[in-house]
Design a protein around this ligand. Structure first.
Ligand SMILES: CC(C)(COP(=O)(O)OP(=O)(O)OC[C@H]1O[C@@H](n2cnc3c(N)ncnc32)[C@H](O)[C@@H]1OP(=O)(O)O)[C@@H](O)C(=O)NCCC(=O)NCCS
Length: 434
């Protein structure tokens, strides 16, 4: 049975969505914080939708890279936009799946009868990384606050060593229980699954070519808002990672980033570190109708999965796909498009290969048949995270929005979306435009 339904058939609709441009770390948004990007997109989305702000009694938002500046991003968003102070707000996190988690949490709250309408989404700025201090330095700083005499303070400071002031790297770079970076895990998957460099570069090239074409066709125009960032000379209107003149032969020339000797993950076939925010408006179908709004579509079903990080860190979505399809009462053949998050091209290749493999599906899913092959012609037809970028918390809502828009453009009904996530998690969901 689909997740998104209730006894009187009043589903929760996705009514509108918007995102900021996705900009490469260290470029246009380097002086903006995650909360500023989040508030900018929510404020603009509420205004564009024309729904009275007090309609939104819930805001669920998420970021993957935490900050020390506040404890609840969603609430900070409410307090920085036209949403009323009475809007309750909580933050969620599930690595790269974060804004899908925000959406399904929002849908469940509405289904449960607690709310009629909500704003959901996510954001991340890789330019707003709060670097911490080492544990030894933390202890010294805490002790300093309690030290009663200048001499006691001097004594404590005298104990600080050079290595104590080197900040530890933020958590996105290493999977805590394995000690390996995402890129290193991806290299392991490449070896386990025998994924060629050529296939990876083909996927990456296609991501850029299709994203560039989509931008030139105006596909993204109403999905991406202009954002004026300090020093406010101009507004950023487009993603700045997409290569308009990408050349396939240049991909093969790049050196691997994570395993310099034997690896094949390069800056071109990995998603880059990115700044951005995305948000969606969701509400009860009947409420949308009453407000004269036409739904963009629905999340018909979803399934979250988790596997052992020591195995294949980014393979989770393969295990989720058959369950999400089952809940939707549909098969892979019913899918008109597929939106697959591209953490790395090799993870996309591994997912496609595993879904088509009888052996993998038998061994790991207990299925008698493979899930099936995905026609490359319907996969990430407007580009994916490699070309568009991947501000972790914002990616899910970006994928949902463009998936629904593409289904509508094609006048088709169903789409599959998958996202892998740190911690060896993943989600698969079925989008529906009806
Ligand atoms: C892979 C990674 C390390 C690369 O970082 P980087 O070395 O700073 O990458 P850059 O953008 O500077 O690119 C390096 C070079 O490759 C080139 N390049 C990148 N993409 C290219 C493409 N599509 N075609 C041709 N050249 C390309 C750049 O122009 C640059 O060339 P230059 O050195 O001559 O200027 C970084 O993007 C990363 O860490 N990504 C993974 C993030 C991650 O773990 N995500 C989690 C997934 S869930």
């Amino acid at each position: 049975m689909p997740n998104n339904t209730n006894t009187n058939g009043d589903r929760v609709a996705i009514v509108a969505g918007l995102r900021t441009p996705f900009l490469k770390q260290g470029t246009g948004f380097r002086d903006m914080t995650t909360v500023q990007l989040s508030a900018a997109v929510v404020a603009e989305l509420v205004e564009r939708t024309g729904v009275p702000p007090e309609t939104f009694t819930l805001c669920v938002f998420g970021q993957v890279m935490p900050t020390l500046d506040y404890i609840n991003l969603a609430r900070e968003v409410v307090l920085r936009t036209s949403l009323p102070a009475s809007t309750v707000a909580w933050s969620v996190t599930q690595a790269c799946v974060t804004s899908v988690q925000a959406l399904t949490t929002g849908i469940e709250s509405i289904e449960h009868g607690d709310h009629d309408a909500a704003i959901v989404g996510g954001a991340d700025s890789m330019d707003d990384l709060p670097l911490g201090v080492s544990r030894r330095l933390t202890r010294t700083l805490m002790a300093l606050q309690k030290a009663k005499t200048p001499m006691a303070r001097l004594k404590l400071l005298g104990k600080v060593k050079a290595k104590d002031v080197v900040p530890p790297m933020p958590g996105y770079s290493v999977e805590p229980t394995t000690g390996l970076s995402m890129g290193a895990h991806c290299e392991q998957m490449i070896k386990d699954n025998g994924i060629s460099r050529e296939w990876q570069d083909d996927i990456a090239y296609q991501s850029h070519s299709r994203a560039a074409r989509a931008w030139s066709e105006g596909f993204y125009d109403d999905q991406v808002m202009p954002v004026a960032a300090p020093p406010y000379k101009d507004a950023y209107r487009e993603d700045n990672i997409v290569r308009k003149d990408s050349k396939r032969d240049e991909y093969a020339k790049l050196k691997p980033s994570f395993d310099r000797k034997h690896g094949s993950v390069t800056p071109a076939n990995a998603s880059p570190l990115t700044d951005g925010a995305s948000a969606l408006v969701i509400m009860r179908e009947s409420k949308a109708k009453a407000l004269g709004l036409e739904p963009l579509g629905y999340l018909r079903s979803w399934e979250y999965t988790a596997v052992d990080p020591q195995w294949q860190l980014l393979i989770g979505p393969v295990l989720a796909v058959p369950k999400a399809l089952d809940k939707a009462g549909l098969t892979l053949q019913d899918m008109d498009i597929v939106e697959m998050h591209e953490a790395f091209a090799a993870q996309v290749a591994s997912t496609l290969q595993a879904m088509a493999s009888k052996q993998f599906c038998e061994e790991h899913l207990g299925l008698g048949e493979p899930i099936g092959e995905i026609d490359p012609a319907i996969l990430n037809v407007n580009g994916g995270s490699i070309a568009i970028g991947h501000p972790f918390g914002a990616t899910g809502a970006r994928i949902l929005l463009q998936g629904l828009k593409e289904l509508k453009r094609r006048q088709k009904q169903f789409g599959l979306m998958t996202i892998c996530a740190g911690g060896a998690m993943g989600v698969a969901a079925v989008l529906e435009v009806a």
